[in-house]
Design a protein around this ligand. Structure first.
Ligand code: 5AD
Ligand code: SF4
Length: 469
């Protein structure tokens, strides 16, 4: 059972105390915070909460760390490369602390829930004054207050695994694209993955809290809402109310308004026909399903502890294609999992070919300390893994290009999102999550419209406004 905690009761006092300190220090000018986010959308959503708290404490924001009174990196631990980037970038801001000794440098997020990482920060980066893990996000005002007043470095990792914290403020990055977390943590323990160790046990928000936030977003003019969770398909587990993800999706979808509803990530083991039927019948639900299969080999799937087979995955995908012919499928794939043979890898290639994904997120396996896969035999060389990775990318390029080409001549409903680098071009997005370059005035940004697809590339489409835009 997850418990609910109200942020306001606990942290308001500290918010006011920090605001007071900041007013005194800044003498009329607002103090500046620079928040940098690494990793997935969950981290982006967490940073929006942190920025909400900072705004309540009187901070304004800057992209430039040189100008900031407070610098925070929200870190990602999913692969070694992400961690190396953080260490590199933290090292690089040492000079800022030298020039401006009063700047407070802080680190948070998934990396900061790992003991060996926190120890390394403590020993090797003495200019980092505040460190807190994902479980301590709701305590940020208190920690910041202590850092600003106590003169001591603050390091906190959490263990309140079962708590859901409601009532936290948010300063959203986008004006019409919004993230909506519906659950936190993960119970799946895929053998390669660090997430269950750094984000704790799975816990769902109540449907009433989610529906309230969805209504706020829709009434606030948000056009593209993404429900977030490590495995949204197991939403509802542990809640007092009896509700599945499909039911939640239907409840949100029944809210009137002009918006698209997306969700990620779905675990194939829990992706039901009911969910696919819900997408098919939805009024606002996008025709996009991100369904990571990780490997096409049953032997590797077992070693990964994924709890589904290639056959079950294909059955789900084929049902989705039958029910929603225009469905756009995307996936995550890991190449070079310990012990993956050429034969196993060929199974991945053949699955990619059989399904025909719109796009893929492909990763070379990265060893994560503390996970079961980290101690598995891994005889394949890095060169061989890179070579497999390149073959996979080449194959997918061909498939994606073919899929995009098949859309030429169709009319698509898109959301116009941003100015492209090319002059006079706006990047828009289809319901299936494909980017379309459209010649249009920037006044269309933030609205839906129809475009006729006129040309295609490997990953993107080109289109022109269809009559009534
Ligand atoms: N190595 C490589 N890729 C990983 N992922 C998760 N853990 C690892 C790892 N140790 C990938 C998976 C997951 C995506 C978010 O990141 O494909 O779906
Ligand atoms: Fe990691 Fe597996 Fe959980 Fe996804 S489902 S976060 S890959 S453990």
């Amino acid at each position: 059972m997850s418990e609910i905690n109200t942020f306001a009761q606990q942290q308001n006092e500290y918010i006011e105390l920090v605001a007071e300190i900041m007013q005194i220090r800044a003498r009329g000018e607002k103090p500046l915070a620079c928040v940098r986010t690494y990793g997935c959308q969950q981290n982006v959503a967490d940073s929006e909460t942190i920025k909400g708290m900072l705004a309540m404490m009187g901070y304004d924001f800057t992209e430039n760390p040189e100008d900031a009174d407070f610098i925070l990196f929200n870190t990602c631990a999913v692969r070694e490369h992400a961690e190396d980037r953080v260490f590199g970038n933290v090292g690089a801001i040492k000079s800022i602390k030298k020039k401006h000794p009063s700047t407070l440098i802080a680190l948070c997020g998934c990396m900061m829930e790992q003991e060996h990482i926190v120890n390394r920060i403590y020993e090797s980066f003495p200019f980092v004054g505040l460190v807190f893990g994902t479980h301590c996000l709701h305590e940020f005002p208190k920690l910041l207050y202590k850092s600003l007043t106590g003169g001591k470095r603050q390091f906190l990792r959490g263990n309140d695994d079962l708590l859901v914290h409601e009532g936290l403020p948010k300063r959203r990055d986008g004006a019409f694209k919004g993230w909506l977390p519906i659950m936190y943590g993960c119970d799946n323990f895929c053998s390669y993955c660090i997430v269950p160790y750094v984000r704790g046990r799975e816990r769902s928000r109540s449907s009433s809290a989610i529906l309230e936030e969805a209504r706020q977003l829709i009434n606030g003019g948000y056009k593209d809402i993404t429900l977030l969770g490590q495995n949204v398909n197991s939403y509802g587990k542990g809640l007092e109310e009896d509700i599945s993800f499909s039911e939640l999706l239907r409840k949100i979808d029944s809210i009137d308004g002009d918006y698209t509803l997306r969700f990620m990530t779905s675990h194939p083991k829990d992706c039901t026909h009911e969910l696919i039927d819900t997408i098919a019948a939805g009024r606002h639900i996008s025709t996009h399903l991100h369904l990571p299969f990780q490997s096409g080999s049953d032997r590797i799937l077992k070693l990964m502890n994924r709890k589904y087979t290639r056959e079950k995955y294909l059955e789900t995908v084929n049902y989705a294609k039958k029910k929603i012919p225009e469905i756009s499928l995307t996936s995550d794939i890991i190449v070079g999992f310990p012990g993956e043979t050429e034969e196993d890898f060929k199974q991945t290639l053949s699955l990619v070919e059989e399904v025909g994904f719109t796009s893929l997120f492909t990763f070379i396996y990265s060893k994560r300390v503390g996970t079961p896969a980290a101690v598995m035999d891994d005889p394949t060389s890095d060169e061989e893994k890179s070579e497999r990775f390149q073959r996979l990318i080449k194959l997918q390029e061909k498939i994606a290009a073919k899929r995009c080409a098949s859309m030429v001549g169709t009319v698509q409903r898109v959301l116009f999102e941003e100015k492209a680098k090319k002059d006079g071009i706006i990047n828009a997005r289809t319901s299936g999550n494909i980017v379309v370059e459209v010649e249009a005035d920037q006044s269309v940004i933030g609205s839906f419209g129809e475009v006729k697809i006129t040309d295609s590339g490997n990953w993107i489409l080109k289109g022109r406004l269809n009559n009534n835009n």
